[in-house]
Design a protein around this ligand. Structure first.
Ligand SMILES: Cc1cc2nc3c(=O)[nH]c(=O)nc-3n(C[C@H](O)[C@H](O)[C@H](O)COP(=O)(O)OP(=O)(O)OC[C@H]3O[C@@H](n4cnc5c(N)ncnc54)[C@H](O)[C@@H]3O)c2cc1C
Length: 355
């Protein structure tokens, strides 16, 4: 494990912002991870975890220790009558993992193909796309409980397995919701080291998302591989490739509103794009398409210096070259304010600001 100082993170964030970590380390196993956190605790400096940097807005300088999660490994660990149980290291690339599950005969994650990032970040915001969410196939999440780690003496390889700091959090306790979980609400509490998936043995195509259903109008029973390929094709057409044009996917959540707000908006804006959302305490809720709200404000393609709203999808903010994290946040604030003035709806940001 090598701790480096003044380390460039430009290639480690999908926006491609020029940003430097005061200290940087890549951890390949649990011992290295606990040593890294101890290093930061001992020096009394902050720390943060980075996966592939595809859902973060980095400022020019990250004080303290930036820990890149690089724990690898994936395998079938057991099976029941109903499920395959598969463990995947937090540093594994998510898309490669999805492809591997299909190749190995454990289909189910195909709707989530091509989402950039690591598997360890999947539970953080409960990644979702094309009518599916990671939470539906997560069994449990293995973490380092950093608060209890700080109370213990230093960890050695011998007692690594017996430490209380390593916990397995069952899915029911992860409080998964739309782009949310206990992990996202307190990023300093846990570091995800491994995710256990429970993939149903009885596979069923999920074509609940209209665009995917349209793709298969002439093929009523597509295979998991065909759905995987379709998702890759559709996503590649819609979203900019971060290696060519820096971005973090959707920059805003689709806002969820109650029935009264929805009714008012629908009366005023008859072409409002919305979807039914799960009820809250028995009350009806609706999800509004944030991209549509931004588009209606005339902001699609809007650009300030090197920060812009992607011309094909208003939900995506892009870095045309030399944008800074702070400039992107200025643009995001302008968008939020404009949408609020027109619709009275407050957009919330999806990527996480570091620091
Ligand atoms: C082109 C594009 C398309 C996208 N499409 C989607 C989409 O369809 N659906 C969707 O949900 N998301 C989407 N995203 C967002 C992103 O892919 C996901 O949020 C992904 O899970 C981020 O993974 P990461 O490894 O890059 O996390 P990072 O960006 O590195 O980190 C995100 C946050 O999680 C924390 N974190 C990361 N790893 C760990 C860990 N092991 N333990 C504890 N905390 C951790 C970080 O501290 C940070 O706060 C898209 C992004 C891009 C660039």
């Amino acid at each position: 494990m090598q701790i480096q100082s003044n380390f460039s993170l430009q290639k480690l964030n999908s926006f491609g912002f020029l940003s430097y970590a005061e200290y940087f380390v890549s951890v390949e196993n649990e011992l290295e991870l606990s040593n890294a956190i101890e290093f930061a605790t001992h020096k009394n400096i902050p720390w943060q975890v980075l996966g592939s940097g595809s859902n973060v807005v980095l400022q020019d300088f990250l004080p303290g220790l930036t820990i890149q999660m690089s724990i690898l490994g994936k395998k079938l660990v057991s099976e029941s009558a109903m499920h395959f149980y598969i463990d995947c290291g937090a540093g594994e690339n998510w898309h490669d993992f999805v492809r591997w599950t299909i190749e190995e005969g454990y289909p189910g994650l195909e709707n989530l193909a091509l989402i950039p990032g690591t598997t360890g970040a999947a539970p953080i915001q409960n990644i979702g796309a094309y009518g599916a969410e990671a939470a539906s196939m997560i069994d449990s999440v293995e973490v380092l409980d950093t608060k209890s780690l700080q109370k213990t003496q230093s960890i050695t390889e011998v007692d690594l397995n017996t430490q209380q700091s390593w916990q397995v959090i069952p899915k029911e306790e992860c409080e998964f919701a739309y782009r949310d979980s206990i992990f996202k609400r307190d990023l300093q509490a846990y570091v995800v080291t491994q995710v256990r998936f429970a993939i149903p043995k009885k596979w069923q195509a999920n074509l609940s998302y209209a665009e995917l259903a349209n793709y298969f109008l002439e093929n009523k029973s597509p295979s998991a591989q065909e759905i995987f390929d379709a998702v890759v094709t559709i996503r590649s057409q819609k979203l900019p490739d971060p290696t060519l044009l820096g971005n973090a996917g959707s920059f805003f959540h689709n806002p969820i509103v109650d029935l009264a707000t929805y009714t008012q908006l629908k009366e005023k804006f008859t072409n409002l794009v919305s979807y039914p959302a799960p009820d809250l305490l028995g009350e009806k809720q609706f999800k509004l398409a944030a991209g549509w709200l931004i588009d209606q404000c005339g902001l699609k393609g809007y650009r300030v210096a090197d920060c812009g709203v992607y011309e094909k999808q208003a939900l995506v903010l892009v870095n045309y070259g030399a944008a800074k994290g702070s400039e992107m946040l200025d643009l995001a604030n302008h968008i939020k304010q404009t949408v609020f003035e027109k619709f009275g709806v407050l957009l919330s940001q999806e990527p996480i600001n570091l620091p």
